[in-house]
Design a protein around this ligand. Structure first.
Ligand SMILES: C[S@@+](CC[C@H](N)C(=O)[O-])C[C@H]1O[C@@H](n2cnc3c(N)ncnc32)[C@H](O)[C@@H]1O
Length: 236
């Protein structure tokens, strides 16, 4: 087992290179997941707006959005490093682009626009239970009629409590993840143990119903990694 300084683990998204290696080796199923995202977004009419919460470097969403008729994109993230990379990765997108550096929930509350798609990928599990509940309310309030929340995130099995989930996920990571060394795996595990609070699908569904979403669909699922779609009413 490798010892990791707390600051190293906390800064996993500030240095970005370890996360980039994890994604490049497809350890979190980004290839399959973003093919599913592309299939959904390709069905939308021209000029649709996208709010990307916890956008990171946005590299995967950038390649999905590039050929599509996006009308407006807004990316939100806590990490300035990630936002600088995202700015480069979205250079080719021919629509107004807005960046906001800050907490996704606080930024969501201060935004005065509504969007056709609210997208969030592997960020929501960083919020606690009450914040996730509040997130669904705020997301619903910021969707245009007929819009939807497209959420990619880790989801606990119904029978898994948080310690059980964290032990199972980190065990899988240590045994199966490719493209990162033992020290980097230890940093990833420490980050997960200290910062990840995924909910079960039933909890996410309950939050969405309370917030006024009319449908919750599981688009796809790769181990704990889910693509979920929550629809706002067409006349909302
Ligand atoms: C695992 S990365 C995901 C990046 C990208 N969306 C993807 O799917 O590859 C999580 C991102 O969420 C950001 N993040 C975590 N908590 C956040 C919060 N409360 N508000 C805004 N961004 C947050 C991190 O800085 C990081 O860029």
């Amino acid at each position: 087992m490798h010892d990791v300084q707390e600051t190293e683990a906390e800064n996993i998204f500030d240095t970005w290179d370890i996360y980039q290696k994890i994604v490049s080796a497809n350890n979190m199923f980004h290839l399959e997941i973003y093919a599913d995202v592309a299939a959904i977004l390709q069905t939308l009419e021209g000029g649709f707006s996208v709010l990307d919460l916890g956008c990171g470097d946005a590299v995967n969403l950038a390649s999905v959005l590039m050929p599509l008729p996006v009308g407006h994109y807004c990316g939100v993230d806590l990490s300035k490093t990630a936002l600088a990379l995202a700015d480069q990765n979205l250079k080719g997108l021919a629509c107004p682009i807005e960046w906001r550096c800050g907490d996704l929930l606080q930024e969501l509350h201060t935004l005065d626009k509504k969007y056709d798609v609210i997208f969030t990928s592997f960020a929501l599990h960083h919020l606690n239970y009450a914040e996730k509940c509040e997130f669904f309310q705020a997301a619903h309030a910021h969707l245009n009629a007929g819009g939807f929340l497209l959420m990619i995130d880790v989801v606990r099995e119904e029978h898994e409590d948080l310690p059980g989930y964290l032990a199972a996920y980190c065990g899988w990571l240590r045994d199966d993840w490719q493209g990162i060394d033992g020290r980097e795996k230890a940093i990833a595990c420490q980050h997960i143990m200290e910062n990840d609070f995924p909910e079960t699908l039933l909890t996410l569904q309950a939050f969405s119903v309370q917030a006024g979403f009319t449908a919750c669909r599981t688009i796809s699922r790769y181990q704990w990694h889910n693509v979920l779609r929550f629809d706002a009413a067409s006349g909302a």
